[in-house]
Design a protein around this ligand. Structure first.
Ligand code: TYD
Length: 240
């Protein structure tokens, strides 16, 4: 699937758990909607998350993220985990992302293949090459036009992970979304380092934004990067 001049714009958000992606996606979507009303440039975004996004994907998500699921199903092998992440991704590309791009829409996706490279490739130790090979085979190598990487300082990110981990230990019963959050420090160090390496490897696609600044500052940076990508679709207008 090669990018053609007529298609929409595919923007992904990446970062370790708790990096503020979800808040920033909401902020960017609001900003695009304001421009959409003002300029009528088909800027209302299509928003989805991975894993999830489609009905099938939400079921896959429930398996992948529930920290209690292994009590019933046995340990999920890292390769199974990788395959499920890509099963979810394949479905959302065919059902949501590609049709939206064909309709020249802006797609905002909360996580994509960089997450698989960081979490399964580095975190689980499967290696980048294997993940990228699966991406080429399953996703027809569909690449984002822009990736916003919110990367907090490694130690700050680890402290947050530790706090979440503690909270996780105190929770009892019911399905949750904590299976990854329960991972240890070494896992998260590898995830962090992999994200930094991806940004370095692909500076034209990946906009690295310091995730430690306040929400407003980060939101303005995200808008600036996206405005540059959208070019003439968003006229420079300090009033918006
Ligand atoms: P998400 O709901 O985005 O969590 P958060 O809001 O905490 O960032 O992410 C789901 C979890 O799934 C997250 O811990 C990262 C993990 N994940 C992978 O390990 N590989 C993948 O390919 C994807 C898409 C997510």
């Amino acid at each position: 699937m090669t990018a053609n001049a007529q298609r929409g714009i595919f923007i992904t958000f990446e970062g370790p758990d708790g990096s503020g992606k979800t808040t920033q996606i909401r902020r960017l979507a609001d900003w695009l909607r304001v421009h959409d009303m003002k300029y009528e440039q088909n800027l209302e975004p299509v928003i989805l998350r991975q894993p999830g996004g489609t009905a099938l994907g939400e079921r896959i998500r429930a398996i992948l993220l529930d920290s209690r699921v292994e009590e019933g199903l046995g340990q999920i092998d890292p390769l199974t985990e990788l395959a499920l992440m890509f099963a979810d991704r394949a479905q959302s590309i065919r059902q949501i992302i590609q049709p939206a791009l064909d309709a020249e829409r802006i797609v905002l996706c909360d996580r994509y293949t960089d997450s698989s490279e960081a979490y399964q490739g580095a975190g689980r130790g499967l290696g980048s090459e294997r993940v990228l090979a699966v991406h080429r085979a399953i996703c027809d190598d569909l690449q984002p036009d822009l990736t916003i990487l919110l990367l907090p300082d490694a130690d700050a990110a680890l402290q947050r992970a530790r706090r979440r981990n503690e909270r996780h230990k105190q929770q009892h019963g019911g399905a949750d979304e904590n299976r990854f959050e329960a991972e240890g420090e070494e896992f998260y160090r590898r995830v962090h380092a992999a994200y930094a390496a991806i940004a370095k490897r692909e500076p034209h696609r990946v906009a690295l934004i310091d995730g430690d600044d306040d929400i407003e500052t980060v939101a303005l940076r995200v808008q600036a990067v996206v405005a540059e990508k959208l070019g003439s679709k968003i006229p420079h207008d300090p009033g918006v």
